[in-house]
Design a protein around this ligand. Structure first.
Ligand SMILES: [Zn+2]
Length: 276
């Protein structure tokens, strides 16, 4: 009898501990909103699981040491390389781009293109003058959508490259307010200014290709006056007419897909009538 009652208390204690553990796991599961992690908690560090929630397991390797001399050599090796990104990879054909862009540039025997995967590509040039000429004549589009194309730099970022240099023409500035300062204020709102041509009301600006393009701006002056200017992007091809991004057609716009049919129609008419 003594042995029996002792066993029951041990058993109850075990059940109690098990129950509290299960409750803890369920509570954590509720906050993480993913049942599969309940079973994984015992085996993997918490931060690793949170980083990779709902995806394949993310495992860290040992630290890799690369000598400075090797890094310098690599940077020199890619000094004649342009790196690019398809802004709408769902439509743009990478194979065709890698073959056809050198022909469009008329330097097919002096440049070698390669698909880097994930919508990225590179072109290795024989001569710096060809590379500079290609950069000067941008921006470029392919299959009706823009590409980002920049001189390669040792940058680690999932959004690199995304810069697109546009020439932008401004209209709507009254004659007496037609100053470099006005164009500069507008250009700074659009991106990073490369050049300003006051006489023609144009500026070159580097924009982040993942951000919505600005087509209208309100420019206030210290006199208390305000003007509304319109922007025209030269060589622009393909953008969503709802959110003004370069990455998708309007029918696939994530903002529209979020809403219901009725809301979608309302948003469209609002956006078209409003300022950007
Ligand atoms: Zn959109």
């Amino acid at each position: 009898m003594e042995m029996g009652s002792f066993d029951i208390s041990v058993f109850l204690s075990f059940v109690s501990r098990l129950f509290s553990r299960v409750v803890l796991c369920l509570v954590l599961c509720f906050f993480l909103k993913d049942v599969q992690f309940v079973f994984a908690f015992q085996w993997f560090p918490m931060d690793q699981l949170l980083l990779n929630k709902g995806k394949a397991l993310l495992v860290r390797t040992e630290t890799v040491k690369i000598a400075n001399s090797v890094l310098v050599q690599r940077i020199q090796q890619f000094s004649l390389t342009l790196i690019g990104r398809l802004m709408n990879p769902a439509i743009q054909r990478m194979d065709s781009l890698v073959v056809n862009l050198p022909m469009i540039w008329k330097i097919e025997d002096k440049v070698v293109g390669a698909d880097l995967g994930q919508g990225l590509f590179q072109f290795n040039f024989d001569a710096d003058e060809d590379l500079q000429s290609v950069l000067q004549n941008g921006p470029y589009h392919f299959d009706g959508w823009m590409i980002s194309l920049v001189k390669w730099e040792p940058i680690i970022s999932s959004t690199y490259p995304s810069a697109i240099n546009f020439w932008v023409k401004v209209t709507g500035i009254p004659m007496h307010l037609w100053e470099v300062a006005t164009l500069r204020a507008i250009g700074r709102k659009v991106g990073t200014i490369c050049e300003i041509y006051e006489e023609s009301g144009r500026f070159c600006v580097s924009v982040n290709g993942f951000n919505p393009l600005l087509f209208k701006l309100v420019v206030p002056f210290d006199t208390g006056d305000e003007i509304i200017v319109s922007l025209e992007y030269e060589k622009l091809m393909g953008f969503c007419e709802h959110c003004f991004r370069l990455t998708h057609e309007m029918k696939g716009c994530p903002e529209l897909l979020k809403g219901s049919g009725d809301q979608v129609m309302e948003n469209q008419s609002d956006k078209r009538g409003g300022l950007r």
